[in-house]
Design a protein around this ligand. Structure first.
Ligand SMILES: *Cc1c(COP(=O)(O)O)cnc(C)c1O
Length: 371
């Protein structure tokens, strides 16, 4: 069993993907070719945001967004400690300070009730993460940001395709950033990412920053980065978009199958009704996580831990906060376990995973035993 089956996905879209790659090889415009504009238009339409800027990765998307907002040394950016390190990395690369605000134990996303007490004169932005594919409490976060004149950047690297209050992730705040890392819900076959905004001024700034701050050839109006997404990767995402709605349905189907077998027996990340997840991960919450994980490994079932150490406790990041500043994130880091997931995961496999999980945790083992 694969944790995320990228080979099955390629086989399902093979002809379309191959044709899209061949078209790029034939026209030869490997950098900023026509597929870049085509993809940006399709992604903007999908999310409802007015502008989409493709970039070289999700990490670069976050960095370029903060640069476009003018975040600089001495500024503070509020974020969650429970995410992939890239979220905080983009902040510290600009010399700004990450202010880690603890999470809601139910959703594992930033707890909006703790944000306001962490806002200071230096705060410039709030960067929530839509963890595991499910948007954070964006309405509450946007309201706080509005009251204090701050910008909100959604780190939607895991949540492209999710919805919140009827709108798509990436179009829930001033700026949304996603990643096309191969195993994300919408992936390419290398690195890639995209930034979304409906603010024309920010969009222009981000387009220029993406190409070394150029406003015209060899006119560097701003300090930028080398942050383009290459044409081949854009072509691959275009091909995968054709199948994306179907894949989202299959992800929901797989999650519903897990729910049916685990509900009432195993803790899982809460899913409020006003939003939908794309299940970048299907994550359960168990005691003795490492023992349970080892038992699943023994049974041939791959799992992952997102994330074993909260960012404020990482060696390179500990200087910005007290070790006890996010006790909920710390507790959840010891208990979360992500199970195999993806549109091509069949119900038989889900049954096997659940049987092994229930056996390992001793929950309802008798009724689910398969051996
Ligand atoms: C994957 C991920 C990123 C970084 O994306 P890359 O494309 O790998 O640079 C940033 N934030 C979160 C929450 C992620 O999951």
């Amino acid at each position: 069993m694969e944790f995320i089956d990228l080979k099955a996905q390629y086989q399902a879209g093979r002809e379309n993907i191959n044709a899209r790659i061949q078209a790029v090889l034939d026209h030869g415009q490997y950098i900023m070719g026509p597929e870049v504009d085509e993809l940006e238009a399709r992604l903007a339409a999908f999310t409802g945001a007015r502008h989409c800027i493709t970039v070289s990765s999700g990490t670069e998307a976050l960095l370029i967004s903060l640069m476009a907002l003018g975040v600089k040394a001495g500024d503070e950016v509020i974020t969650t400690p429970f995410s992939f390190i890239a979220t905080a990395e983009a902040i510290v690369l600009l010399g700004a300070t990450p202010v880690f605000v603890d999470i809601d134990p139910a959703t594992c996303n930033i707890d909006p009730t703790l944000i306001e007490e962490n806002i200071t004169q230096r705060t410039r932005a709030i960067m929530p993460v839509s963890l595991y594919g499910q948007p954070a409490d964006m309405e509450a976060i946007n309201a706080i940001a509005y009251r204090h004149g701050l910008s909100v950047i959604e780190d939607a690297a895991q949540s492209f395709g999710a919805t919140y209050g009827g709108k798509r992730s990436c179009n829930l705040s001033a700026i949304g950033c996603t990643s096309f890392f191969p195993s994300k819900p919408l992936g390419c076959y290398g690195d890639g990412g995209a930034i979304f905004t409906s603010d024309a001024g920010l969009a222009t700034a981000m387009r220029e920053i993406r190409v070394h701050g150029q406003s015209q050839r060899y006119v560097h109006t701003r300090i930028g980065v080398g942050g383009r997404m290459d044409t081949l990767q854009c072509a691959i995402v275009l091909a995968k978009l054709d199948n994306f709605d179907w894949e989202l349905k299959q992800r929901a189907r797989a999650a519903a199958s897990y729910d049916a077998l685990l509900s009432g027996k195993i803790g899982k990340v809460a899913r409020p009704r006003d939003r939908s997840s794309v299940f970048a991960q299907y994550t359960v919450v168990v005691d003795e996580r490492d023992r349970v994980r080892a038992a699943l490994h023994e049974a041939g079932i791959p799992t992952a831990v997102h994330y074993p150490v909260p960012m404020h406790l990482q060696p390179a990041y500990a200087r910005w906060s007290a070790p006890d500043s996010a006790p909920v994130a710390q507790a959840m880091a010891a208990r979360v376990l992500s199970l195999p997931m993806g549109p091509y995961l069949d119900d038989d496999s889900i049954g096997q995973v659940c049987a092994a999980l229930l056996r390992a945790t001793g929950s309802g083992a008798a009724s689910c035993r398969q051996d």
